[in-house]
Design a protein around this ligand. Structure first.
Ligand code: GLN
Length: 200
Protein backbone atom coordinates (compact mmCIF):
# COMPACT_ATOMS: atom_id res chain seq x y z
CA UNK A 1 0.00 0.00 0.00
CA UNK A 2 1.35 3.47 -0.80
CA UNK A 3 2.25 5.69 2.11
CA UNK A 4 -0.50 8.15 3.12
CA UNK A 5 0.45 11.82 3.06
CA UNK A 6 -0.04 13.32 6.49
CA UNK A 7 0.30 17.02 7.22
CA UNK A 8 1.77 18.55 10.35
CA UNK A 9 0.28 21.96 11.11
CA UNK A 10 3.42 24.09 11.21
CA UNK A 11 2.39 27.22 13.09
CA UNK A 12 4.01 26.24 16.43
CA UNK A 13 5.33 23.19 18.23
CA UNK A 14 7.45 20.10 17.56
CA UNK A 15 6.91 20.03 13.80
CA UNK A 16 10.20 18.28 12.96
CA UNK A 17 9.70 15.59 15.60
CA UNK A 18 6.19 14.83 14.34
CA UNK A 19 7.46 14.61 10.74
CA UNK A 20 10.20 12.18 11.85
CA UNK A 21 7.70 10.01 13.75
CA UNK A 22 5.41 9.95 10.69
CA UNK A 23 8.25 8.86 8.39
CA UNK A 24 9.22 6.06 10.78
CA UNK A 25 5.55 5.01 10.91
CA UNK A 26 5.34 4.50 7.16
CA UNK A 27 3.66 7.78 6.21
CA UNK A 28 4.88 10.69 4.12
CA UNK A 29 4.85 13.83 6.28
CA UNK A 30 4.52 17.38 4.95
CA UNK A 31 4.26 20.73 6.72
CA UNK A 32 0.99 22.64 6.43
CA UNK A 33 0.86 26.44 6.56
CA UNK A 34 -1.30 27.25 3.54
CA UNK A 35 -4.80 26.28 2.43
CA UNK A 36 -3.35 24.67 -0.75
CA UNK A 37 -1.29 22.29 1.39
CA UNK A 38 -4.41 21.22 3.26
CA UNK A 39 -5.82 19.96 -0.02
CA UNK A 40 -2.86 17.56 -0.49
CA UNK A 41 -3.14 15.59 2.73
CA UNK A 42 -4.94 12.43 3.87
CA UNK A 43 -4.76 13.39 7.56
CA UNK A 44 -3.40 16.13 9.82
CA UNK A 45 -1.43 16.33 13.06
CA UNK A 46 -1.96 19.43 15.21
CA UNK A 47 1.06 19.69 17.53
CA UNK A 48 1.28 21.18 21.00
CA UNK A 49 2.06 24.82 21.65
CA UNK A 50 -0.23 27.45 23.05
CA UNK A 51 -3.79 26.86 21.93
CA UNK A 52 -4.98 30.47 22.03
CA UNK A 53 -1.94 31.59 19.98
CA UNK A 54 -2.47 28.74 17.53
CA UNK A 55 -6.13 29.65 17.20
CA UNK A 56 -5.09 33.19 16.37
CA UNK A 57 -2.46 31.99 13.85
CA UNK A 58 -5.05 29.76 12.14
CA UNK A 59 -6.94 32.97 11.41
CA UNK A 60 -3.83 34.90 10.32
CA UNK A 61 -2.85 32.12 7.88
CA UNK A 62 -6.40 31.82 6.50
CA UNK A 63 -6.53 28.19 7.56
CA UNK A 64 -9.50 28.19 9.90
CA UNK A 65 -12.34 27.76 7.39
CA UNK A 66 -10.51 25.40 4.99
CA UNK A 67 -9.42 23.26 7.92
CA UNK A 68 -12.96 23.17 9.33
CA UNK A 69 -14.20 22.16 5.88
CA UNK A 70 -11.74 19.26 5.55
CA UNK A 71 -12.54 18.06 9.07
CA UNK A 72 -16.26 18.22 8.31
CA UNK A 73 -15.61 15.93 5.28
CA UNK A 74 -14.08 13.41 7.69
CA UNK A 75 -10.36 14.03 7.21
CA UNK A 76 -8.58 12.19 10.07
CA UNK A 77 -6.82 14.38 12.61
CA UNK A 78 -4.59 13.85 15.61
CA UNK A 79 -4.11 16.60 18.18
CA UNK A 80 -1.48 16.54 20.91
CA UNK A 81 -1.87 18.83 23.94
CA UNK A 82 -2.78 22.24 22.45
CA UNK A 83 -3.87 20.23 19.39
CA UNK A 84 -6.34 18.31 21.59
CA UNK A 85 -7.67 21.64 22.87
CA UNK A 86 -8.18 22.96 19.33
CA UNK A 87 -10.07 19.83 18.24
CA UNK A 88 -12.41 19.82 21.27
CA UNK A 89 -16.03 20.94 21.25
CA UNK A 90 -15.75 22.75 24.59
CA UNK A 91 -12.77 24.35 26.35
CA UNK A 92 -12.60 25.44 29.99
CA UNK A 93 -10.19 28.14 31.20
CA UNK A 94 -9.52 29.59 27.78
CA UNK A 95 -9.72 33.13 26.44
CA UNK A 96 -13.15 34.35 25.31
CA UNK A 97 -11.99 35.10 21.76
CA UNK A 98 -10.12 31.80 21.25
CA UNK A 99 -11.48 29.81 18.33
CA UNK A 100 -11.52 26.05 18.01
CA UNK A 101 -12.33 23.32 15.52
CA UNK A 102 -15.16 21.54 17.31
CA UNK A 103 -14.80 18.05 15.85
CA UNK A 104 -14.29 15.97 18.99
CA UNK A 105 -17.16 15.77 21.46
CA UNK A 106 -15.18 16.41 24.65
CA UNK A 107 -14.78 19.13 27.25
CA UNK A 108 -11.12 19.87 28.01
CA UNK A 109 -9.65 21.98 30.77
CA UNK A 110 -6.50 23.90 29.81
CA UNK A 111 -3.47 23.76 32.12
CA UNK A 112 -5.51 21.36 34.24
CA UNK A 113 -2.75 19.63 36.19
CA UNK A 114 -1.95 22.71 38.26
CA UNK A 115 1.37 24.16 39.29
CA UNK A 116 2.64 21.24 41.37
CA UNK A 117 2.59 18.79 38.49
CA UNK A 118 2.58 21.39 35.75
CA UNK A 119 4.92 19.20 33.67
CA UNK A 120 5.56 15.53 34.39
CA UNK A 121 6.07 12.12 32.82
CA UNK A 122 4.35 8.82 33.51
CA UNK A 123 3.87 5.39 31.94
CA UNK A 124 0.41 4.96 30.43
CA UNK A 125 -1.42 1.92 29.14
CA UNK A 126 -3.12 3.03 25.93
CA UNK A 127 -5.96 1.01 24.37
CA UNK A 128 -5.00 -0.31 20.90
CA UNK A 129 -1.29 0.23 21.54
CA UNK A 130 0.53 -3.06 22.12
CA UNK A 131 4.00 -3.66 23.46
CA UNK A 132 3.71 -2.23 26.97
CA UNK A 133 3.00 1.19 28.41
CA UNK A 134 3.74 4.42 26.55
CA UNK A 135 6.04 6.95 28.24
CA UNK A 136 3.83 10.05 28.33
CA UNK A 137 5.29 13.55 28.66
CA UNK A 138 2.83 16.20 29.87
CA UNK A 139 3.76 19.88 29.43
CA UNK A 140 1.19 22.30 30.89
CA UNK A 141 -1.29 19.81 29.57
CA UNK A 142 -5.08 19.78 29.42
CA UNK A 143 -7.20 16.90 30.67
CA UNK A 144 -10.59 15.75 29.43
CA UNK A 145 -13.46 16.46 31.84
CA UNK A 146 -16.36 15.16 29.75
CA UNK A 147 -16.51 12.65 26.94
CA UNK A 148 -19.47 12.42 24.59
CA UNK A 149 -21.27 9.11 23.92
CA UNK A 150 -19.37 8.44 20.71
CA UNK A 151 -15.94 9.10 22.21
CA UNK A 152 -13.68 6.23 23.28
CA UNK A 153 -11.38 6.77 26.26
CA UNK A 154 -7.97 5.32 25.32
CA UNK A 155 -5.96 6.21 28.45
CA UNK A 156 -6.30 7.62 31.95
CA UNK A 157 -3.63 8.75 34.43
CA UNK A 158 -2.75 5.65 36.50
CA UNK A 159 -1.81 7.19 39.85
CA UNK A 160 -0.98 10.37 41.75
CA UNK A 161 -3.15 13.43 42.35
CA UNK A 162 -4.68 13.26 38.86
CA UNK A 163 -5.40 9.49 38.93
CA UNK A 164 -8.29 8.56 36.66
CA UNK A 165 -8.15 11.71 34.55
CA UNK A 166 -8.77 11.06 30.85
CA UNK A 167 -5.72 11.91 28.70
CA UNK A 168 -6.25 10.08 25.39
CA UNK A 169 -9.46 9.79 23.35
CA UNK A 170 -10.72 8.83 19.90
CA UNK A 171 -13.93 9.60 18.03
CA UNK A 172 -14.16 7.99 14.59
CA UNK A 173 -11.09 9.27 12.78
CA UNK A 174 -10.13 11.95 15.31
CA UNK A 175 -7.47 11.10 17.91
CA UNK A 176 -6.23 13.32 20.74
CA UNK A 177 -3.72 13.01 23.58
CA UNK A 178 -2.95 15.41 26.43
CA UNK A 179 0.69 14.34 26.20
CA UNK A 180 3.50 14.70 23.65
CA UNK A 181 4.47 11.35 22.07
CA UNK A 182 6.82 13.02 19.58
CA UNK A 183 9.49 13.77 22.19
CA UNK A 184 10.26 10.21 23.31
CA UNK A 185 11.34 8.48 20.09
CA UNK A 186 8.51 5.92 20.54
CA UNK A 187 6.37 6.15 17.41
CA UNK A 188 3.49 3.87 18.51
CA UNK A 189 0.94 6.70 18.91
CA UNK A 190 1.87 7.95 15.43
CA UNK A 191 1.50 4.38 14.09
CA UNK A 192 -1.98 4.23 15.62
CA UNK A 193 -2.88 7.46 13.79
CA UNK A 194 -1.30 6.35 10.50
CA UNK A 195 -3.45 3.17 10.74
CA UNK A 196 -6.55 5.32 11.29
CA UNK A 197 -5.67 7.34 8.17
CA UNK A 198 -5.11 4.17 6.14
CA UNK A 199 -8.49 2.77 7.20
CA UNK A 200 -10.47 5.94 6.59
N1 GLN B 1 -1.04 24.96 27.95
C1 GLN B 1 -1.13 24.99 26.52
C2 GLN B 1 -2.46 25.56 26.07
O1 GLN B 1 -3.33 25.70 26.85
C3 GLN B 1 -0.92 23.61 25.93
C4 GLN B 1 0.46 23.13 26.24
C5 GLN B 1 1.07 22.21 25.23
O2 GLN B 1 0.61 22.11 24.09
N2 GLN B 1 2.16 21.60 25.61
O3 GLN B 1 -2.62 25.86 24.94
Amino acid sequence: MTAPTIGVLALQGDVREHLAALESSGAHGITVRRPAELAQIDGLIIPGGESTTMSNLLGVFDLLDPLRARLAEGMPAYGSCAGMILLASEILDTKPDARHLDCLDITVRRNAFGRQVDSFETDLDVIDIDGGPVRAVFIRAPWVERVGDRVEVLATVPHGPAAGRVVAVRQNSVLATSFHPEVTGDDRVHRLFVDMVRRS
